[in-house]
Ligand binder design. Structure first.
Ligand SMILES: *Cc1c(COP(=O)(O)O)cnc(C)c1O
Length: 396
């Protein structure tokens, strides 16, 4: 039985390799940080983690996790509603609500699950979801699992969104779904305009804050801070795997009744394990750190502005960004892989992205800045980009 299927798989894998698109995982042998060591012992500066606030190896978070593991054990061995809820989970949900100025929060094992389990419990075939074309895969999957009528608008295109909202007047309820920051370009969704259109056409709004929370807005409270819409958006989702510590865990936060119904009906919540107490405790410590002061967010903003300005001045084609993502456009898939490999030789760790992660002909290197980057690390990164850019004919 397996031999025919095996041949088919081998052919498919060979095609991926021949196209130069095979993803090899590079192995790191130190904690996640702005400076890491890869297998073989080489030290590299890391520019491709979602470690925006540099918390992935933070001592206070590690201690909080250790303390809670000693006090409350390793795992919950249960889903939340059977016997998987400790006080720490409730405290973390409260801390997330306070951070975003929302009414209530529900935790998931990952934001992928938060998005996957969001739409189906809330909407039926009578309703509509109007989704940005560049939304994250987990929103797309969540929408697929729901019977609501689907509408799609071009990325950040408000004229198109308005057209789709007009068409969606045929349905009972409407929800606009968007990423806060689009992870491949680093642009922020135009939430002020989205909110206006939502008012005009009687729609709810859902924003995935995965790449924006902790990053965007003057004090890093996300897109609702940036657009002065704190507490106004019905549904926000997010992750503990990026700015908020870089571990695992996701959440949906927003209106009380929405969160209540998700606790009753959301399948990844009902049928998947609770996050371990130590992860919840480290999450709680993260929000304590972020309400203490804005040192980390300020440093991230400063680092990002510096890096982007220097790269533009060097002549690189940089996508307009309003986040900690800096997309260095190369347009060619193979070149993006060669460029990333040459940078690694120079001690700079980045990833080249190409189709289908980005549109055909839009290959790039995505640089992600962190509050943990030192001035020296930033300067080394920029110098290496310029050296490789000249060697590969990207810069003159
Ligand atoms: C990373 C990401 C997710 C997935 O988050 P996990 O917690 O790692 O599952 C979901 N949505 C967006 C927009 C993301 O960038």
């Amino acid at each position: 039985m397996y031999s025919d299927f095996q041949k088919y798989l081998q052919t498919t894998l060979a095609e991926i390799r021949e196209a130069g698109l095979y993803k090899n995982e590079r192995v790191i042998i130190t904690p996640q940080s702005s400076g890491i060591q890869v297998e073989g012992g080489k030290d590299v500066i890391n520019f491709c983690a979602n470690n925006y606030l540099g918390l992935a190896d933070n001592k206070e978070l590690i201690q909080a996790a250790k303390d809670r593991m000693d006090a409350r054990g390793y795992g919950m061995a249960s889903v939340r509603f059977i016997c998987g809820t400790q006080d720490t989970h409730k405290m973390l949900e409260k801390a997330i609500s306070d951070f975003f100025g929302t009414e209530d929060t529900i935790l998931y094992a990952a934001c992928f699950d938060a998005n996957g389990g969001l739409f189906e419990p809330l909407l039926t075939a009578e309703d509509a979801i109007i989704s940005d074309a560049l939304n994250h895969a987990s929103i797309i999957d969540g929408v697929r699992l729901c019977k609501a009528v689907r509408y799609r608008y071009a990325n950040g295109d408000m004229a198109d969104l308005e057209k789709q909202l007009q068409a969606a007047q045929a349905q009972r309820f409407r929800i606009i779904a968007t990423d806060g920051v689009f992870s491949m370009d680093g642009n922020v969704c135009p939430l002020d305009k989205i909110y206006e259109l939502a008012q005009k056409y009687n729609a709810l709004v859902m924003v995935d804050e995965s790449h924006s929370a902790g990053v965007v807005g003057k004090t890093g409270h996300g897109v609702t801070e940036q657009y002065n819409l704190r507490g106004k958006i019905e549904i926000l989702t997010g992750t503990l795997g990026k700015a908020f510590g870089g571990s695992v865990g996701g959440f949906t936060t927003g209106k009380k009744e929405i969160i209540d119904l998700l606790r009753q009906r959301s399948r990844p919540y009902l049928f998947s394990n609770s996050i371990p107490p130590m992860i919840a405790a480290a999450g709680l410590k993260t929000f304590e750190l972020l309400t203490r002061d804005n040192t980390l967010q300020d440093r991230l903003h400063k680092n990002t502005d510096y890096f982007v300005a220097k790269m533009k001045a060097a002549g690189f084609d940089i996508k307009p960004t309003q986040s900690a993502i800096c997309a260095v456009m190369l347009y060619d898939a193979r070149l993006s892989q060669e460029f990333a490999a040459a940078l690694q030789e120079e001690g700079i760790y980045v990833t080249g992205f190409y189709y289908p992660v980005v549109p055909q002909g839009q290959a790039r290197i995505r640089v992600q800045l962190s509050a943990a980057h030192t001035q020296e690390q930033l300067d080394k990164g920029i110098a290496a980009f310029i050296k490789v850019g000249k060697a590969l004919g990207v810069l003159k």
